[in-house]
Every structure is written in C-alpha cells, then in structure tokens.
Design a binder for this molecule. Structure first.
Ligand SMILES: NC(=O)c1ccc[n+]([C@@H]2O[C@H](COP(=O)([O-])OP(=O)(O)OC[C@H]3O[C@@H](n4cnc5c(N)ncnc54)[C@H](OP(=O)(O)O)[C@@H]3O)[C@@H](O)[C@H]2O)c1
Length: 347
C-alpha cells in the first residue's frame, strides 16, 4: 500500500533555528497484510511539541529521548483509527493513541504499543487526548501537584510563563482550581494576553515583548510570587525569580528559550539569580512528567472531568495536512500557536 510520510531531511545544528525544510514529505509503501498482534491504523491527529527540538540533534542530551535519524520517518504523540486488526483487544473503528506514532498517513503498528481512547470522555474532541487530556494536561496537573506546593486557602500567587501555550494555558487554570488565589500569565502577544484573561480566567497577563517584566510583576503581584510554573527559562525567568517570596517554588516544566542553544538541561541560572534563589530558599527541582506515569489514569480522568464541567477551557491551533507538519513545528517554536499545536492528517 502506498502512504505519505514525513522524514527528517536535515538537522538544524545544536545552535540553529529549526525550519520547515528540516522535514521532507515523501511517498513510501507498507505491507498489504497485517500480521498477528498488529493493526493497520489511519492517522487522524499528530502532536508537535517543543521537546522534538532535541530529537532533531544527533545527540538529544537526554537518555529518555532518542534522536530522529536522517531520512527516517519522524514520530511523536499521535491518534488514529483502526482500519484492520489482528490484535485480540483492538477492533476496526477503535480510536487509539501512542507516544511514538509515525508521521505517516497509514501505518502498521504493534497493537500492544497502543492505548484505546474513549471519545465520550472529551465530548468527542479526540485531539484533546494529545493536549488537555493527554501528556500536556498531565504535565500541567502533575507539575503543580508534585512540585508546586499549592494549598487551598494559602492565598498563593502563581505566575506562568509560556502562558498561552499548551501547558501554560492549562497550568494557570489548574493552579486556580487547586487553590491559588491569584494567577498571572506571561506571553508573547497582546492577543494571547487578552485570551488568558478573558477566556481562561487569569487575573492578569504580561506581554513580555512590551516593557519591563519585573516592573509589571511588582505591580500585578503585590504580595510577591509563591509559585512559578516555568515553561521558558532565560530572561523572563530571571525577572520572575527576582519577585519570588521566601520559601517559594519553581515548577521547572521547560526552558524553551534555551532549546536552540547548546546548553545542558536544566540550564544553570545566572549568578545573581541563583544568589536570590538560594537566599530565598526557592526550590527549583527538575520535573519530568514521564516519571509520574503511575498517576496517569487517575489524572487523565480528573482532566476529562474538568473539561466536561467546563472548568478547563481548551484552545488548539490546528494545521491541516501531513505536508504542513514541519511548518507547524516551526511556527509553534516561534510563538505561532495559542494552546496546543495539532496537525490534522485526515484530510
Ligand atoms: N517537564 C515535562 O515533563 C514537560 C512535558 C511537556 C512539555 N514540557 C515543556 O513545557 C514547555 C511548554 O511546552 P508546550 O507544549 O506547552 O509548548 P507551547 O507553550 O505550546 O509552545 C511553545 C511556546 O513557547 C513560547 N516561546 C517560544 N520561544 C520563546 C522564548 N524564547 N521566550 C519565551 N517564550 C517562548 C511561544 O509563545 P510566546 O508567544 O509566548 O513566545 C510558543 O508558543 C516547553 O518548554 C516543553 O519543553 C515539559
């Protein structure tokens, strides 16, 4: 059978900016028959995520991430529908997902590598399983629960960077649901800031491309910052840390502003910021959602319940067509997305 797939065409280099041209669409063939234990799936949705930037390097810098190989099909979070099954637990028409879904229109996969999805849990919005009810939602929820020290009634102020992105937009809302009394977001455009406040219930939002972030934080967080959900690192995080309270907590979710640089993860803080962190006894422990997968099932149910109740507002930026996945990745890395960046492959 002839299929379309997307392969890694070239590496941007450890210090390079990733471009759509780093990926290539090509035709390929898959077997006409499905073997015992396998299923043939049609791809519906693919996820593009910042961690993929590391997979474009020959050495990802992480033992849990494998590099993509040149001229080989790329992979990541994906959702599809079973077209033919020789796996005992999967049937034609089932919706399934995997963290290692090939960027391919149709694929033959090992049935044991797939998780069955229940569309009703997300009001039929299947792609949410890649975002708010998937690894993104889990990252926001478990990051807050494992590293945030958020407590109901403690009158805490949370600041979120990368706040209009996939994790950030959920983290601010979950911070509120878990008990924070004030939530302030930091994002890269006025439109994003307005969505955060008007749609997602943030108390305020700062456009970091306009004006002094530390000064605006002083005005917007008069009691200081107790919890910082950090998606970006760099200058923005230095400004937030300068406004943090004694014994406060950083949720070290990601450092996207550093991903096109050849630096270790997590990148060390500049000396003056590190001095503040130490003096104020601010925690900054590494957080990796994959270390908490024992909590996946219960946490996904919690996220789905909030979505169904309308307590968690979900935004997606959907790009149509497998051919556009490289452009979608490039755009997301440059702030083109609001909420989760999804690629719809069905059309
Ligand atoms: N720890 C974990 O287990 C885990 C799991 C998933 C994701 N993550 C991390 O969480 C972070 C957010 O991931 P996501 O999926 O939610 O991505 P995302 O926020 O949806 O997309 C990236 C966003 O980051 C912002 N950005 C890009 N470059 C920036 C820069 N130099 N300075 C400030 N902001 C910049 C852009 O928005 P602006 O317009 O605001 O610039 C962009 O839209 C990433 O660092 C990712 O690696 C960690």
């Amino acid at each position: 059978m002839i299929v379309q797939r997307v392969v890694l065409n070239s590496r941007p280099g450890k210090n390079g900016v990733p471009m759509a041209e780093n990926f290539r669409l090509e035709q390929s063939t898959i077997a006409d028959t499905v073997q015992a234990g396998q299923v043939r799936v049609k791809t519906l949705y693919l996820s593009v995520d910042p961690y993929m930037r590391c997979r474009m390097n020959e050495d990802t810098g992480s033992d849990y991430l494998q590099p993509w190989q040149l001229s080989e099909v790329a992979d990541g979070g994906g959702i599809g529908v079973v077209e033919e099954s020789k796996h005992q637990n999967l049937a034609k028409g089932d919706f399934v997902t995997s963290f290692t879904w090939p960027w391919q229109t149709v694929a033959i996969l090992d049935g044991n590598s797939l998780q069955k999805l229940v569309p009703q849990l997300v009001n039929g919005r299947l792609s949410y399983f890649l975002g708010a009810a998937g690894i993104t939602g889990l990252t926001a929820l478990l990051g807050i629960r494992e590293k945030g020290h958020v407590a109901v009634g403690a009158n805490q102020t949370m600041v979120v960077s990368g706040a209009a992105g996939a994790c950030g937009s959920l983290a601010g809302q979950i911070g509120r649901l878990e008990g924070c009394s004030r939530v302030v977001g930091i994002a890269g455009t006025d439109e994003k800031c307005s969505i955060l406040v008007q749609e997602m219930g943030f108390d305020a939002a700062i456009n970091y491309k306009k004006g002094d972030v530390a000064k605006q934080l002083r005005e917007l967080c008069p009691g200081g910052v107790d919890v910082y959900f950090d998606n970006v690192g760099g200058d923005i995080s230095d400004a937030v840390i300068s406004q943090m309270n004694q014994n406060s907590h950083i949720i070290l979710c990601g450092q996207i502003s550093q991903y096109n640089k050849d630096v270790p993860y997590p990148p060390p803080l500049p000396a003056d910021t590190e001095k503040i962190r130490k003096e104020k006894n601010i925690t900054r422990e590494r957080f990796l959602v994959l270390n908490y997968m024992d909590k996946q099932e219960a946490s996904v149910l919690q996220l789905c319940q909030w979505i169904q109740e309308g307590k968690l507002k979900v935004r997606e930026t959907v790009v149509e067509g497998l051919a556009n996945i490289g452009a979608a990745f490039q755009s997301m890395m440059n702030g083109g997305n609001i909420g989760k960046q999804i690629v719809s492959v069905s059309k």
